[in-house]
Design a protein around this ligand. Structure first.
Ligand code: FEO
Length: 172
């Protein structure tokens, strides 16, 4: 059984994951209308992953005797300036999510809820990979600079990048 403090904190994270999904969906739309098809596909995929992160929490809360709350969400930006800025924003967003997960782990220890602590380890590992992914992409973007051919190749290749391949890159 979840304590009410734990339940509230998990519900707050459900909202964070749902908002993350919306942010990346909005990024996908921005890229798609700009003709950046590969980047758009990458963002659609990322948005789906965030929804999966949210659902995993929803099911956990309900399973442990709590009530997962589907709340209103803040509207994401619709204009991201440049694709470079958009990926910087993605990186900053993942740092924010990692902090939020860390807070949640802290609450689980305070509440002596070791089942939730154990459940959250999946998210801790996932955030390491997500941050690695964002950093790998930013490194690639820095290599391109303002080269149009580079952007063409980046747009083509970015849809192949996933969390696992980025983690393998950083492990080298
Ligand atoms: Fe669910 Fe990208 O953190």
């Amino acid at each position: 059984m979840l304590t009410s403090k734990m339940e509230k904190a998990l519900n707050a994270q459900i909202r964070v994951e749902a908002e993350s999904s919306q942010v990346y969906l909005s990024m996908a739309c921005w890229a798609e209308v700009k003709g950046l098809e590969g980047i758009a596909q990458f963002m659609y995929k990322h948005s789906d992953e965030e929804r999966m992160h949210m659902l995993k929490l929803v099911k956990y809360v309900n399973e442990r005797g709590g009530h997962a709350i589907v709340s209103e969400l803040s509207a994401p930006d619709t204009d991201f300036g440049t694709f470079q800025k958009m990926f910087e924003q993605l990186y900053d967003h993942e740092i924010f999510v990692s902090k939020s997960i860390n807070e949640l782990v802290h609450v689980s220890l305070e509440e002596k809820d070791y089942a939730t602590h154990n459940f959250l380890q999946w998210y801790v590992a996932e955030q390491i990979e997500e941050e690695a992914l964002a950093r790998t992409i930013l490194d690639k973007i820095n290599l391109i600079g303002n080269d149009k051919g580079g952007l063409y190749l980046f747009d083509r290749d970015v849809q192949m990048i996933n969390v696992e391949s980025a983690a393998a890159d950083t492990a080298q």
